[in-house]
Design a protein around this ligand. Structure first.
Ligand code: SF4
Length: 427
């Protein structure tokens, strides 16, 4: 259901007329979609509008800047479709649709031309965007891939068939790991998914198939009661029986998503195929920005046999100003939650910025005679020589992303060049 169904949703759930109008207005810019399961099982309607799951799918006032909201309102009241389209395009352009250089820096080439629907950022991993998997069961308001959903071909990357991917993988035997992503690839029926997945099994250098999905949170029926749920699990078994690691990269933002019988059943059924479930999510202001929520989330994951993997820092895109969390707070939330975990759940890494040069973790804050510093480390890097190397940046209470930080004077030159594009002191 989308904005066109908002009146019907309001007849069944307690939305105020103002909330209905907000959805109608803002969804012209920010993609809005919600399914029945999210409405009836995940949102706590007694806590609306502060409910985290409500904020996670319903656009809210404040997600656009006052100027952009004014521009959109002014265009909308004219009733002139062209004026609205122009305003929407202008506002979306300001929302940084492709953060971290995704569209320019990560697109691989075949025969000198860009390979559509692929991204190759780290040596061993290729991301694959099947066109039929470029939507989701519900849309997260904080989505960093929102540009995939807005129907603008210039903002979207996707490919209908895996031929180019397979060719690329054969030409690049150093790639061992393919991440099928979206949107949400689990939006596809099993027959369609099989068309994308099976050819990968014929490439002997592919050792790991990852599937990035939020379906266990938003539509666990996909693995339990959908008519092709059993076929899907047989397909997963086909991958694991072929000797490949099948890693389901599950996106869980809030412990409530794991608090339904269906979600727990889905996880058990996926694990029974031999797949391993790794869990990841961003730290989002007003939704999950406290240690208790993360501690409950990671504990629920480990109790369901899944592996806590990443706490990400929200990227600079979409309603970033509304959701961003300063790195100092993110490090505090991570540490306080991590301290409560049993050893087996301490597989989780964070807070991590998936930035242009690579994945940078904030390990903590250091007090020295020369001031306070963030302790940072590259967990992944375009340049493999940078992986695992610690470095520091000057502490800032408000910095929320790598670009907001200043390197410490002792930053190694190669790291300063990769992260800040210059030598220490010259960011
Ligand atoms: S599930 Fe992922 S891709 Fe889909 S809307 Fe949420 S963040 Fe975006």
């Amino acid at each position: 259901m989308g904005a066109r169904q908002i009146d019907a949703i309001a007849t069944r759930f307690p939305l105020t007329p103002e909330q209905v109008e907000t959805v109608r207005l803002l969804s012209q810019v920010l993609p809005f979609r919600v399914n029945e399961y999210t409405l009836s099982e995940l949102i706590d309607w007694d806590s609306v509008p502060d409910d985290p799951m409500f904020r996670m799918v319903f656009p809210q006032r404040g997600m656009l800047s006052p100027q952009d909201e004014h521009l959109l309102t002014a265009a909308t009241v004219t009733g002139d479709r062209q004026a609205v389209t122009a305003a929407v395009k202008e506002i979306r352009g300001r929302l940084n649709p492709h953060p971290s250089g995704q569209q320019e820096l990560n697109v691989p080439r075949i025969d000198g031309s860009p390979a559509p629907g692929l991204q190759h950022k780290y040596r061993e991993t290729v991301l694959y965007f099947p066109s039929q998997g470029q939507s989701c069961h519900s849309y997260c308001t904080y989505c960093f891939r929102w540009a995939q959903f807005v129907g603008d071909a210039d903002l979207r990357f996707a490919t209908p068939r895996p031929d180019v991917l397979v060719r690329y993988l054969r030409e690049h035997p150093e790639v061992h790991d393919v991440l099928i992503t979206g949107g949400d690839p689990m939006i596809m029926g099993t027959d369609r998914l099989l068309e994308h997945l099976q050819p990968l099994l014929e490439v002997p250098t592919v050792r790991t198939v990852r599937i990035g999905t939020k379906s266990i949170a938003y539509w666990p029926q996909r693995f339990v009661t959908d008519t092709d749920a059993d076929d899907l699990l047989r397909l997963f078994e086909q991958v694991t029986k072929a000797g490949r690691l099948l890693a389901v990269m599950a996106h869980f933002t809030h412990p409530r998503e794991l608090n339904t019988t269906l979600a727990v059943q889905a996880l058990a059924r996926i694990r029974a195929t031999g797949a391993v479930v790794y869990c990841q999510a961003p730290l989002i202001g007003r939704i999950n920005d406290d240690a208790r929520t993360w501690s409950s989330l990671w504990r629920a994951e480990i109790a369901a046999g899944a592996v806590p993997y990443y706490m990400f820092v929200e990227r600079n895109t979409g309603p970033y100003e509304y959701f961003k969390v300063p790195l100092a707070k993110a490090a505090d939330v991570f540490r306080a939650a991590y301290q409560t975990l049993p050893g087996l759940a301490r597989t989780v890494r964070g807070p991590v910025m998936s930035a242009t040069p690579g994945k940078v973790v904030v390990d903590g804050v250091e007090e020295t005679a020369h001031g306070r510093f963030f302790q940072l480390r590259m967990l992944q890097a375009r340049n493999p020589a940078l992986v695992g190397r610690p470095f520091r940046a000057r502490f800032s209470a408000t910095a929320a992303w790598l670009d907001d930080l200043e390197p410490a004077a002792d930053t190694p030159a190669d790291i300063a060049a990769a992260v800040w594009g210059g030598s220490p002191g010259k960011p």
